[in-house]
Design a protein around this ligand. Structure first.
Ligand SMILES: C[S@@+](CC[C@H](N)C(=O)[O-])C[C@H]1O[C@@H](n2cnc3c(N)ncnc32)[C@H](O)[C@@H]1O
Length: 222
């Protein structure tokens, strides 16, 4: 699965993952991270999620990365915001007040792009990627943030034999495998998500659960 797949999804408006409301897990669990207002929060593979705006409304600075220019432009347009746009190759940078979005490929990011980031919110990013890219995703995160950062991670798990992704199933064992060298992993919530996901039931799923994890850097507790 390459970035062209996602660009096509945006072109054809096949964006079923997008929520017209703020993610309830974010609102419920984000305060548990105990972050200082003003912390810069990284939102990888951000789409046009309203969560960016919510985080800013809570006093955080936010930086997202998203491959689709359609998505990035809609974030700002739908909130009546006119960002300053600058070319910082290989990214186009959109910025207004406390919100920055880099339009480009997550895998092209370097630590210079994310200077000063202090926390991460991942909803539907890790699970957007097939297995081989999930390993690359975790390696890239470890490279970008050596030692780790406070992270809220929202995933889905189901029988991968019943449906092809995305979204892909990510079991807790995989979260452990990908992140346990750097993080202490705590499951904050896990619940049945099938009833609220009829589209996945139609695609063949008989069970679906959603997990919310808190990832806390091991280095801090050492
Ligand atoms: C399943 S959506 C989730 C979006 C968002 N996190 C949300 O909760 O609405 C995944 C997003 O990642 C973007 N994406 C996929 N691969 C990417 C990459 N390599 N770099 C940047 N964005 C990417 C897609 O365009 C899509 O908007």
């Amino acid at each position: 699965m390459d970035t062209e797949f996602w660009l096509e999804r945006w072109r054809w408006r096949e964006i079923g993952w997008h929520l017209d409301e703020i993610n309830t897990h974010l609102q419920e669990h984000w305060p548990k991270l105990g972050l200082t207002p003003g912390t810069l929060v990284f939102v990888p593979l951000c789409g046009k999620t309203l969560d960016l705006i919510w985080l800013v409304s809570q006093g955080f600075r936010v930086i997202g990365v998203e491959i689709s220019e359609i998505a990035v432009e809609e974030i700002f347009r739908e909130h009546g915001l006119t960002p300053r746009i600058t070319e910082t190759l290989p990214f186009r940078r959109y910025q207004i007040d406390e919100l920055t979005v880099l339009c480009g490929d997550f895998f092209d990011l370097t630590s210079e792009h994310l200077h000063d980031v202090g926390a991460v919110f991942d909803r539907a990013s890790l699970i957007a990627l097939p297995p081989e890219l999930r390993s690359r995703y975790a390696s890239q995160m470890n490279r970008l943030f050596p030692g780790g950062l406070d992270t809220l991670l929202v995933t889905l798990s189901y029988d991968q034999g019943q449906m092809t992704g995305p979204p892909f199933s990510v079991q807790s064992a995989e979260v452990e495998h990908l992140f346990s060298e750097t993080y202490r992993i705590e499951t904050l919530a896990s619940f049945d998500a099938l009833a609220e996901s009829p589209q996945f039931r139609q695609r063949g799923l008989t069970a679906l659960s959603e997990q919310v994890y808190r990832l806390a850097p091991l280095a801090r507790s050492a």
